[in-house]
Ligand binder design. Structure first.
Ligand code: SER
Length: 913
């Protein structure tokens, strides 16, 4: 290591850096705000929280400002740098961002001088080591650095909008919303660290200069037409990469050697055991990064799946698994170490470590199964194709076998085959189109809170029905003055009704109606954003205009049915925790007036007994008629009493606690019944799996149970009738009488029926059974010959590529998925094809290896012995075998040895001929 790397005043732990940062800004009037969740609530524009400022979007627009200065250490996840992770010393998926924020309070001067003070005084870094950059048009910042701070001009670099505007390139490319020029602080690792050029500066990407802190001067609102409107007030948003400043303060070349990562990387090494020798350190860095990110995402409520966020987690786990080169789950063992390193700052990863581990293990198992099933298919596609996989074949691997595209790409590169990526995309697009048509999403309403930022703030009333005024109407993406019959829109009234429940915590929003003379609209749902209740409406009669006076009423019956389902959800969670264990936690729920759906953490399918137990327990509590108590208290007090919080939820300082006797205590803002007796009845209607480690229960309550029973019984009766009808058709007329005597008359089975059964039905059934067996055999044969047909092109190739040893024609090759009987047939096929020669075929099937050797009789009579050959090479596949001079076979446990066995046979033949 160059001596330059040790140019550090004080080795500082990451915990110390975090603490000093937050205290530094707290002492300068900032409110320290907890990290937001990785999955932002009410912000459909974000996949994951990707910057400290995400949770303050509203404040930057001048709304909801409770404090003017804030500081935080924010959990972030970005997928944009995925390909760089591990390869470079400082790219991550998950990372922590230290930030200080001003909402219309201080601006450039303070942000810059505090930034400098923190780096040079608090962190004690030498001024010579720090460089800065400013946006090319931002003379104000340039002057502050030069004159107020005293950074020499040669160390202030000017960058364009790509590097020094945030978000990058926002003026030309967006996104819309708060943005502004920025200024970065770089740390110089010294001349020995990079390209070595005398004039190297932060514009060079050799690694000598690392960007540690980004100070954003958020002063514009980018509008849809690309205009940059000045914001009502000027803001500050800074972001310092925790891992980067830690590497600087600990004098280590990569973020992976800091105290944040080093123990995790060590654990990765330990888990890899001997395999660790076979992979690169950068691969271990990748695994440490990805599993850390997956752990945090799962702890915040995301499960591996094929959808959006779930897919990111799935991808992180799969990339790590593939990169490790190992077989069988092991990544899950890294989770406890990650929890140890991070739990003091993020208690959720400590609390949920077992759950996270279990989910990762399950995902590894699934992926391993996928690979085991799909790789042989890919092998045979490759061996049959002319150096190319067609779009349809790739689609089959992805869609039917679940093989990820990145694995296919990696394999294709390894095997030097071309991929018809265009064909695959076209096939995929067709599939998407089909599934889009199949689902009725046309009316789905995607709530975009940002659309209401400029709507008026309504006043409040608890009256129902409520006389109110339509203050704001949004149709599509645009505010409008009028809506008419057939229109779907979102409206805000003033006063708004305090009695309308807005969708939250899994409970649907309230519905109702709004009317005026000659016009009516249905309220289909209610949402809330920034203190405004937004009503999603469908106009069913007449038309409405902005400013109209209307009468708003809600649907009380629907609300009552919803309340029953919500309280039942709490009882269900309590019963599940008693029956299955305390690891059960809510991971999602949906409560409406028809049913409830509850997703929870549990690894196994529930048995029938468990379901009945849970159902009985909930019904017993309903029968006990227990009062449901709702109170508001401080979060600490509620948690102290053991109230359950929702998986992946962030709460304020005061919370509402819903308590049901000794059975259940949960933080919840939803609608509940007064007494459990109001629920009347509870029935579980389905149990299923949603994602790895997450089960789902669906249930109904109250009158919906009767409805469900009626429908289900009717379905069963219809089924029985059809079955009875079918039975009638197959039984001979005189048998019908007996059957209907038994079914209809309820008589005991008499001797006549038994005799009939013995004499007539049993032989008929036996005959049918035999026929079925004959059919099954036929199908099996057809399937086998199908498999042989599939292997034929490979065998033809083996024959073409045969070699001559002495004067013996030698044909060999390895097939996949053929068991011994088919392999024998394959050898027979080749024997016929070549006329004279020695054939040795290998096959791997379900982890086993098979070898077969056929020697045509002309050679056998000259002394070439198939049995001897097989005997001598079967050790290579970890097995044994035997046979006679013309035909021999062997089986073993080691498919990896097949190639060596074939090579061995070649050598033996060479030595005897
Ligand atoms: N939002 C800026 C960034 O992410 C600074 O916090 O870089």
């Amino acid at each position: 290591m160059s001596p330059e790397y040790t140019f550090i005043y004080e080795i500082m732990t990451s915990a110390e850096i975090r603490k000093r940062f937050l205290e530094f800004f707290e002492n300068r009037g900032h409110t320290v705000v907890q990290s937001d969740l990785l999955v932002p609530k009410n912000d459909p524009t974000l996949l994951f929280t990707s910057a400290g400022m995400n949770q303050f979007k509203e404040q930057f627009m001048g709304k909801n400002i409770r404090f003017k200065r804030a500081a935080s250490c924010q959990k972030c996840l970005r997928t944009g740098d995925l390909e760089n992770v591990g390869k470079t010393p400082r790219h991550h998926t998950f990372f922590e961002m230290l930030g200080n924020f001003s909402f219309g309070d201080y601006f450039k001067k303070e942000a810059i001088s505090w930034g400098w003070e923190f780096m040079t005084k608090e962190m004690g870094l030498a001024e010579e080591r720090l460089w800065v950059s400013v946006y090319e048009d931002d003379d104000e910042s340039y002057d502050i650095w030069l004159r107020d701070i005293g950074v020499p001009g040669r160390k202030i670099i000017k960058f364009g909008a790509h590097d020094n505007f945030w978000p990058a390139d926002a003026p030309t490319m967006g996104p819309n919303g708060p943005c502004g020029p920025c200024s970065e602080i770089f740390y110089d690792w010294g001349e020995g660290a990079g390209c070595g050029k005398k004039d190297c500066n932060p514009a060079c990407d050799c690694g000598r200069f690392v960007e540690v802190w980004n100070l954003v001067f958020t002063q514009f609102d980018r509008r849809a037409d690309g205009r940059l409107d000045p914001l009502p007030s000027k803001n500050i948003d800074t972001g310092m990469g925790m891992e980067r400043i830690a590497s600087v303060m600990q004098g280590v070349k990569t973020n992976f050697e800091t105290d944040l990562f080093e123990p995790i990387v060590e654990q990765v090494k330990k888990e890899l055991g001997d395999e660790a020798e076979k992979i690169r350190i950068t691969d271990m860095y990748l695994i440490a990064d990805h599993i850390r990110a997956a752990t945090f995402a799962i702890a915040d409520g995301v499960s591996p799946s094929n959808e959006k966020r779930g897919y990111v987690v799935r991808k992180l786990i799969r990339r790590s698994y593939l990169r490790s080169g190992r077989k069988g789950p092991f990544l899950y063992n890294i989770v406890p170490k990650i929890a140890d390193v991070m739990k003091n700052v993020y208690p959720e990863v400590g609390e949920k470590r077992e759950h996270v581990s279990a989910i990762i293990e399950e995902e590894e198992k699934r992926f391993d199964d996928t690979l085991t099933a799909a790789m042989p298919v890919m092998d045979s596609m490759v061996s049959e194709g002319a150096g190319k996989l067609e779009g349809e074949q790739i689609f089959k691997l992805v869609d039917t076998y679940g093989l990820p595209m990145d694995v296919i790409e990696e394999e294709a590169e390894k095997r030097k085959i071309e991929l018809d990526a265009g064909g695959f995309e076209r096939r995929m697009a067709r599939r998407k189109e089909q599934s889009r048509k199949g689902s009725d999403i046309s009316r789905e309403f995607i709530f975009q809170p940002g659309h209401f930022d400029n709507a008026p703030k309504p006043s409040y009333s608890d009256e129902v029905p409520l006389e109110t005024v339509l203050e704001f109407i949004l149709k599509g993406d645009l505010p409008v003055d009028e809506i008419a019959r057939g229109d779907c829109a979102e409206v805000i009234t003033s006063p708004q009704s305090g009695r309308l429940y807005a969708e939250a915590g899994g409970q649907v929003g309230d519905t109702g109606s709004m009317v005026k003379e000659g016009a009516r609209m249905d309220i289909l749902n209610t949402f809330e954003t920034g203190g405004r209740k937004v009503l999603q409406v469908l106009v069913t009669e007449g038309s409405f205009g902005r400013g109209d006076r209307v009468t708003l009423d809600l649907d009380p019956e629907r609300k009552k049915r919803t309340a029953k389902n919500h309280t039942a959800t709490h009882l269900l969670q309590a019963a599940l925790r008693r029956v299955l264990g305390q690891h059960v936690r809510q991971s999602g729920s949906l409560v409406d007036d028809k049913r409830l759906r509850f997703d929870f953490t549990h690894m196994k399918k529930l048995s029938d007994r468990e379901i009945i137990k849970v159902e009985n327990m909930v019904n017993a509590w309903i029968g006990d008629c227990i009062d449901v108590c709702k109170e508001t208290k401080a979060i600490q007090e509620a948690k102290g009493e053991g109230a359950l919080s929702f998986f992946g939820e962030k709460y304020g300082d005061t919370v509402r606690v819903v308590t049901i006797g000794d059975h259940s205590k949960e933080l919840c803002g939803g609608t509940h019944v007064v007494n459990t007796g109001d629920i009347k009845l509870f029935k579980i209607t389905a149990e299923s799996s949603v994602a790895s480690g997450i089960r789902r229960i669906e249930a109904v309550t109250g009158d919906n149970v009767h409805k469900w029973l009626k429908e289900t019984l009717q379905g069963m009766l219809d089924g029985l009738k059809i079955a009875a009808g079918n039975l009638q058709n197959v039984l001979e007329p005189e048998m019908k009488r007996h059957v209907f005597d038994i079914v209809g008359g309820g008589k005991d089975i008499d001797a006549g029926v038994l005799r009939d059964f013995e004499e007539r039905i049993r032989p008929a059934l036996m005959e049918a059974k035999k026929k079925l067996e004959r059919d099954a055999k036929k199908i099996r044969k057809e399937e086998e010959s199908g498999a042989l047909d599939d292997a034929r092109p490979s065998m033809d190739r083996f024959a073409e590529e045969s070699i001559t040893i002495g004067d013996v024609n030698f044909v060999s090759g390895i097939l996949r998925g053929l068991g011994m009987p088919l392999l024998r047939k394959a050898a027979g096929y080749l024997e016929k094809k070549i006329g004279s020669g020695v054939i040795i075929l290998g096959s791997r099937e379900e982890g086993k290896a098979y070898l077969i050797c056929a020697v045509t009789s002309d050679l056998a009579s000259k002394g070439v012995d198939a049995g001897d050959l097989i005997n001598r090479i079967s050790g290579k596949i970890g097995g044994s075998g035997g046979g006679n001079p013309t035909f021999a076979q062997a089986g073993g446990k080691n498919p990896e040895g097949l190639q060596a066995a074939l090579e061995g046979a070649k050598d033996i033949l060479g030595s005897i001929s």
